[in-house]
Write a protein that binds this ligand. Sequence first.
Ligand code: ZN
Length: 123
Amino acid sequence: MKISFDKISATPKSFNLALNDVVFSGALSKIDFNTVKLNGELKGDMEVCCDRCGIVFKTAIEQPLNLELSQKIGQNKDNLDIIEFLNGTIDLEYILQSEIDSIRSSYYYCQKCDGIEEFEVEI
Ligand SMILES: [Zn+2]
């Protein structure tokens, strides 16, 4: 799902897309000529890998995603929540895919391993 910067105004424009079992929904609105604000959330089930035993299992995710999208290079270099789309087109699939990749790269324990850890703490 690609949206041109030119088509977004100050009035929030809603969007909704899905990748596998994860739904990405929210709204886009323009802050200034080169900047668009994204207020959204990711919700659904995602396959992750247990960091202890390596088993693949599904986990429910639900997290807000608030970003600024810019079509101008080098704006707010200190702001990590800014994504540049220099061709003037916002690619929502790209945003969703990179968020899923970053969620997947954190640590997960399956139900079984989660229990083991608690047990060790009690001892
Ligand atoms: Zn495990």
